[in-house]
Every structure is written in structure tokens, then in C-alpha cells.
Design a protein around this ligand. Structure first.
Ligand code: FES
Length: 108
């Protein structure tokens, strides 16, 4: 698989309007993407738990992990990896970037 440049970016919003702990969801190619600001950094993951089809938006974030509200699976924000059952599959990650104070997500 070669390196393909995916130039499509979705605008999330202004960095200054998204304080720590902020969460939102955007849509990219028909896929819901959760954007979370945690300890100053922005993270983007597919907005679906991998245990069942349930949105991760609004889940509690601590220790760098977001908790699914349905059955309590935890996913690492930096890798999307599940860190507790019942989920065993990782959540797809997306790239976040900030340009001129605007936060964008794009495919990784
Ligand atoms: S749907 Fe997320 S833990 Fe079950």
C-alpha cells in the first residue's frame, strides 16, 4: 500500500472555543468522528464503540481513555486500543491538526 495523500479535511471548530474536556462529533465520508480535547491535545476516533454500535460521544474521559457509556469498555485516545472489556477491537483513529487556530480532522 503506497502513501496516498488524503487532502480532505473536516473543519471541527476554533481551538479557542474548545476547552479541555470538550467533545464533539463531526461526519467524514459518512462516518461519525468523535473529537476530544484532553490535556490540551486533540484526539479523533470513530464515534462508535467496537463492542456494539454505540456512540462514544459523551463518555467519561480519564487517564487518557474514554469510557463507553453502554457497558463500560475503555479506549485509549492515542491509539484507539481497547483497555478494558467487553470491547476487544480497536476504534479507528483519525488525524487532528490545527491551522490558524482552526481544528481539522482527516483520515490517517
Ligand atoms: S457498546 Fe460499548 S461497551 Fe458495549
Amino acid at each position: 500500500m503506497g502513501i496516498t495523500q488524503n487532502s480532505e479535511r473536516i473543519r471541527v471548530g476554533l481551538e479557542g472555543e474548545m476547552p479541555d474536556g470538550f467533545q464533539t462529533a463531526v461526519e467524514m465520508d459518512g462516518v461519525g468522528v468523535l473529537v476530544v480535547r484532553y490535556e490540551g491535545q486533540f484526539y479523533a476516533l470513530r464515534n462508535n464503540c467496537t463492542h456494539q454500535d454505540y456512540p462514544l460521544l459523551g463518555g467519561e474521559v480519564s487517564m487518557g481513555r474514554i469510557t463507553c457509556q453502554k457497558h463500560g469498555a475503555k479506549f485509549e485516545l492515542t491509539t484507539g486500543k481497547p483497555k478494558s472489556l467487553p470491547a476487544v477491537k480497536p476504534v479507528r483513529l483519525f488525524r487532528t491538526e490545527i491551522e490558524d487556530g482552526v481544528v481539522y480532522v482527516s483520515a490517517l
